[in-house]
Design a protein around this ligand. Sequence first.
Ligand code: PCA
Length: 220
Amino acid sequence: MTSTTPPTRVLFTGFAPFDGAATNPSWQAVRTAAATPLAGLALHTAELPCVYGASLTALRTAIDETRPDLVVAVGQAGGRPDITVERVALNVDDARIPDNAGAEPIDEPIVPDGPAAYLSTLPIKACVAAVRAAGLPASVSNTAGTFVCNHVFYGLAHLIATELPHIRGGFVHVPYAPEQVTDRAQPSLPVDAVATALREIAATAARTRTDLRVAEGATH
Ligand code: PCA
């Protein structure tokens, strides 16, 4: 008799375009990442609206539909030069630009009476190491901002902490795609490269329970 290990179920989320952009490389990369099978993993995707509140409703629906073991939420961080694996989600919405529904909350808690912050439950340093080993630039980030990406990261972490402790999850910010910055001196990474990085992150998170103990901190 043979026994087979069930695949690790992975939900990748990406975002709709925002701030007047035509595309969002987070969703393009997530779709590309999930388009080819990956040994031992069952890959699922969901596109989230770039809207406070509604993004978390959509995330919850996607989790209920796909029943993931791992959630890798992804968003665009225009201006960053590398793939950044986020360490911490803050319990605050503070918008510098309106979301896609026109909301601009200032210093509002995401979960009133929730903890000030949650840490990622992904092995962030092992994920960074795996992306680098694939020949792509990556680092740990200590802030996901205070816009919709941080909102989704905090909401995901709160769900895991309060209701779904069998899930591990975190957030990854990705640079602009080259076609978004042809007229600007801004760093970018091709969507296919970002997709490769996301596949490395999912595979690494699936097999890594204890994170690497290596310094990836920042002095400022
Ligand atoms: N990036 C934004 C929201 C959606 C996205 O892709 C952010 O970093 O908050």
